[in-house]
Design a protein around this ligand. Structure first.
Ligand code: 1CP
Length: 364
């Protein structure tokens, strides 16, 4: 497909950073954008994947009576839920409240988000006819995204908003499996049994993800994160042949617009390849230390991560020691954005997250 919204994203603003990215209003000078462009501040900016969500009582209260997908299509709810963790924890970035399946739903794919399960697909996509039914996303399909991003960037002022999308492989896994999967067996089988169908599927999904990111950038997002959460299930050879070209087709057209963060779980063996997909910042889970990740990535590495989310339920002295270690190891890179190695578990005591933000901010 063509890239209906990327022209705005790629042409935005004067080049005033090493990546050629524009200063996007007051958030352009934020610690997050500085770290992501290799100009770190006194301490690493900190935000948490899944910082908005069930760990917050104010989120649970606000979500009462609305389905996840309805909430993701209601600008007032999106705005309020996105702002909640910023107010409560004082994090250095907001992550847009949405879900990776929202753009698929907007193009007419039958997907629901089932409480306690995750995305469930009405009719899994496993043949050519189903792939051909996938249509491109246009900005007009998601007016609620544009509206919510605009409101948020106004409300957030100097705090950057991170837009996001699911990467082609992770989205394909949900579409092919029909829901969450441990081994991604049907997905891998399709990839190897029918490479031509696989590439056609990822090309279409990649187009949708690219437009979804471009819509958020055009409306004012200061950075974007492409979540390839389940890419760590693949060998480097399979990733390189079957996934990398499609992730690159999402990220490359956005070069020079805003910093691009690329993250997956268990991707220690894929870090260099994922950077090659067009990532300015490579997300690292807890299995590889940040100094080792920086060594693997080589000169100019900018990393995000990587406190083990399981430690959030340990005693504070354990958490504190682990946070200090992550910050120290992150100094081996040219830039570091502090985060967890994956999302906040729903049973996390939010007070611990607030203390982590205070601690990281004290480590100048
Ligand atoms: O009713 C609810 O509260 C449902 C729980 C929930 C929430 C709060 C889901 C279902 N999605 C979300 C929001 C969400 N999803 C956000 C914004 C919130 C924030 O980060 O602060 C983001 C960034 C996502 C992205 C997402 N959805 C990913 C990539 C990130 C990751 O965690 O790896 C993935 C894989 C999904 C699919 C998904 N959606 C929901 C669930 C429970 C899942 C995972 C299912 C599985 O295990 O396969």
């Amino acid at each position: 497909m063509t890239t209906p919204a990327t022209h705005g994203a790629t042409a935005a603003g004067p080049a005033d950073s090493p990546t050629g990215g524009p200063a996007r209003g007051p958030a352009g000078a934020s610690l997050l954008v500085r770290a992501a462009t290799g100009r770190p501040g006194p301490y690493p900016p900190v935000w948490f994947m899944r910082q908005a969500g069930r760990s917050l009582p104010e989120y649970r209260a606000l979500r009462e009576g609305s389905s996840m997908l309805d909430a993701c299509r209601t600008p007032d709810l999106i705005t309020e839920i996105t702002l909640q963790p910023v107010r409560r924890h004082g994090v250095d970035a907001a992550i847009f409240f949405s879900d990776i399946v929202v753009p698929l739903v907007a193009t007419g794919v039958g997907v629901d988000i089932v409480p306690g399960v995750g995305p469930v697909v009405d009719e899994p996509i496993r043949d050519r006819a189903a792939v051909e039914r996938l249509r491109p996303l246009t900005p007009d399909d998601v007016p609620y995204i544009t509206e919510a991003v605009r409101t948020l960037t106004r409300e957030l002022g100097s705090t950057p908003l991170i837009g996001f999308a699911g990467a082609p492989f992770t989205l394909a896994s949900y579409l092919v499996e029909g829901g969450p999967s441990r081994d991604h067996a049907r997905t891998k089988a399709l990839m190897h049994d029918d490479p031509s169908l696989w590439h056609a599927l990822l090309e279409r999904i990649g187009g949708i993800a690219r437009t979804y990111l471009a819509v958020q950038i055009d409306a004012g997002a200061s950075a974007v994160q492409l979540f390839d959460s389940w890419a760590g299930a693949l060998s480097l050879a399979d990733y390189t042949e079957f996934v990398l070209p499609h992730s690159r087709a999402v990220l490359e057209p956005l070069a020079g617009s805003v910093p691009r963060i690329h993250f997956g779980v268990g991707t220690g063996e894929l870090l260099v390849a994922m950077r090659g997909a067009g990532a300015d910042v490579v997300g690292v889970d807890w299995r590889v230390s940040l100094d080792e990740a920086a060594r693997r990535l080589g000169p100019g590495a900018i990393v995000q991560g990587n406190l083990d989310p399981a430690l959030l339920s340990a005693s504070w002295p354990v958490v504190e020691r682990a946070v200090r270690r992550v910050v120290a190891q992150g100094r081996a890179a040219d830039g570091h954005i502090f985060n967890l190695g994956h999302g906040v578990p729903p049973d996390t005591d939010p007070e611990v997250l607030t203390r982590i933000v205070e601690l990281v901010h004290s480590l100048a």
